[in-house]
Design a protein around this ligand. Structure first.
Ligand SMILES: Nc1ncnc2c1ncn2[C@@H]1O[C@H](COP(=O)(O)OP(=O)(O)OP(=O)(O)O)[C@@H](O)[C@H]1O
Length: 231
């Protein structure tokens, strides 16, 4: 799909610029010289077989994994260059992550899970609850915001994780398999919300095995054993 100029702004400075990323886990090379540029307004899908390196790529951009070589710039700021500082750098640069397996606190309510990162990022306590509720409403979970996460279905939990990231004012949204637990209707809801966030000017990078999700992207890039190709 061609990205409309007014959305992707081809001349705009990259929101994410990965250059020569190499990540090794022991004998495994998870990323092998990955170059990727994502501009504000783009929704990019990263496909590839299980173990191809998709989550590793998102984790490097999120500052969770420090690359063995190469660098990530978010809005021109280096992320993950210093061990253990990466996550703080990514957060400061406006990166939000929907992690694979959702990463929610099971003993907190859906609403508390969305609230905590808002408060941690400095949103005023007077405004944060309304923002959390609006995000949960957007993913169709307004009725269960006071339920503990452990009481929710897998698909509901995944939508809480989506709401948690969408509630943040992010410039870069990383979504790791954000539709893997969802039925058709909820998949469409989540894909529409990711698209809307891109239309508002964020760069959205989504790792996915889901052909429907990949088809909704402006651009698909493919990872094959840590090497990025464009299909
Ligand atoms: N923390 C880790 N320690 C050791 N090996 C790891 C670690 N994280 C990932 N790997 C390895 O790196 C490779 C890439 O894994 P990654 O999770 O990035 O793949 P993926 O494409 O996201 O897979 P999936 O689609 O199954 O989620 C795999 O061989 C995996 O076993």
């Amino acid at each position: 799909m061609t990205v409309p100029d007014h959305v992707a702004r081809p001349g705009a400075a990259p929101a994410v610029a990965c250059t020569g990323l190499v990540v090794r886990f022991g004998a495994t090379t998870a990323l092998d010289g990955v170059d990727l540029v994502v501009r504000p307004g783009e929704l990019v899908a990263v496909t590839g077989h299980s173990g191809a390196g998709k989550s590793t790529l998102l984790s490097v951009v999120a500052g969770i994994v420090t690359p063995d070589a190469g660098e990530v710039l978010v809005d021109g700021r280096r992320v993950g260059g210093v061990v253990a500082a990466g996550v703080a750098e990514a957060v400061a640069a406006g990166v939000a992550l929907i992690p694979q397996g959702n990463g929610l606190a099971a003993m907190l309510t859906a609403r508390e899970n969305v609230l905590v990162p808002l408060l941690a990022r400095g949103v005023a306590a007077a405004h944060a609850p309304a923002r959390a509720d609006a995000a949960l409403d957007a993913v169709g979970l307004g009725e269960v915001f006071s339920h503990l996460v452990e009481e929710l279905s897998g698909g509901q939990q995944q939508r809480v994780a989506v709401a948690r990231a969408l509630a943040l004012d992010c410039r870069v949204l990383l979504a790791d398999e954000p539709t893997s637990e969802l039925d058709h209707t909820n998949r469409e809801v989540v894909l529409r919300l990711l698209r809307a966030r891109a239309s508002q000017g964020a760069a959205v990078v989504m790792a996915t095995h889901d052909p429907e999700a990949a088809a909704a992207a402006d651009r698909v890039v493919h990872l094959d054993d840590g090497v990025l190709t464009t299909p």
